[in-house]
Design a protein around this ligand. Structure first.
Ligand code: GLY
Length: 355
């Protein structure tokens, strides 16, 4: 069976292991990376049911003592109360700086565990075990951690790189179509940004054949992770090139907000990416035909490419975007498939992209 390892050279550096059945051997992998320590497995109510026992078994057969905490699944748990519960749990269990947190789950689990690890005792180690396609290709790698505030998503957080990422591709088989397409949206993003060949592969393939062909799936995830790693290595703290990874996210975040977060993140990014492709073409910034190509691929994976919100609603939701710096916002423009750049625009110009 195919397995891949992608090295991310940020800070002390870490590996992303990608392949089937990796949960069965996660204890061995963590033993090699972490040495002797205690582990706190933090997960959500969906993932607990499916994978917690398997992970605990592998950890204990590698000699780890572990404790676990589960919180209700869903974005609404990514808040200060859950963060507080995780911190109290680590303290009650006398975790020290030698010990580590295991984030077992999707983006919500990974983001909140990373943040808890960055502040508990002013920083303890953590590892990511992503169980969704979106967290496998994007959020588990690169060290962005966060919780949501009443005022918006991911508004409090820290940069904290994991010690290792273990992506067991078998876990993706329990995802529903919405969750899978969510992850495809972020994966297609890497094709549009950096890799026309990857984009063309998405154009030729479909969800079923992607999941059925295990080798293709591992290769696709590894390719996305390599692109992300290369960017994060150059710009860990999101001041320059890393902002390219926000393709489709300015409008996407506005769509999420307008829908009170009922539109999932990947779907919102698909809408944002389509809108920026269309606006770019209209403004002569984007190669003709790009919008059609992007729309066709996204729709093939059951992703939306437009939304019901008015430009007025989207615009007012974009104004407190955390990517805004003063009166300017860096918009990611598609020059052609595989080639994008950041255009610093005054906030007032956003309207002309959203219209
Ligand atoms: N998800 C975008 C980033 O990590 O920068």
């Amino acid at each position: 069976m195919i397995k891949k390892r992608v090295s991310i050279n940020v800070g002390a550096g870490y590996d992303v292991h990608i392949g089937p059945a990796l949960l069965d051997t996660c204890g061995e992998t963590l033993r090699q990376v972490l040495g002797e320590c205690r582990l706190a497995i933090i997960t959500d109510s969906n993932v607990e049911r499916l994978y917690l026992d398997k992970v605990k078994k592998s950890l204990s057969s590698s000699g780890f003592e572990s404790v676990s905490l589960t919180f209700p699944a869903g974005e609404s748990s990514k808040n200060i109360s859950t963060l507080s519960a995780i911190l109290e749990f680590l303290a009650e269990n006398n975790f020290t700086r030698k010990d580590a947190v295991v984030a077992l789950g999707g983006g919500v689990v990974g983001d909140i565990c990373g943040f808890a690890s960055s502040v508990f005792l002013r920083g303890i180690r953590y590892v990511q075990i992503p169980t969704t396609l979106l967290s496998a290709v994007d959020s588990s790698v690169g060290g962005k951690t966060a919780i949501d505030l009443e005022a918006g998503k991911n508004l409090a957080g820290a940069f904290k790189q994991p010690e290792v990422v273990i992506c067991d591709t078998d876990t993706l088989s329990t995802l529903n179509e919405t969750e899978l397409s969510n992850g495809v949206a972020e994966s297609v993003k890497y094709g549009i940004l950096f890799d026309k060949e990857l984009f063309d592969e998405f154009a030729k393939s479909d969800l079923k054949s992607l999941l059925d062909d295990k080798e293709k799936l591992v290769n696709m995830i590894a390719r996305c992770v390599s692109h992300k790693g290369r960017i994060v290595e150059k710009d860990e703290f999101d001041n320059g090139e890393r902002r390219l990874l926000n393709l489709g996210h300015t409008i996407g975040h506005a769509v999420e907000k307008c829908s009170s977060f009922s539109v999932p993140h990947g779907h919102a990014v698909a809408i944002g990416t389509s809108m920026i492709a269309r606006a770019g073409e209209e403004k002569g910034l984007t190669e003709c035909g790009t919008f059609d190509a992007v729309k066709t691929v996204l729709e093939k994976y059951a992703l939306p490419t437009s939304c019901e919100f008015s430009s007025c609603e989207l615009l007012s939701s974009s104004l407190n975007d955390k990517k805004r710096k003063g009166n300017k916002i860096g918009l990611v423009i598609i020059e052609s498939i595989g080639k994008c750049y950041i255009k610093e625009e005054p906030i007032e110009a956003l309207e002309s992209y959203i219209k």
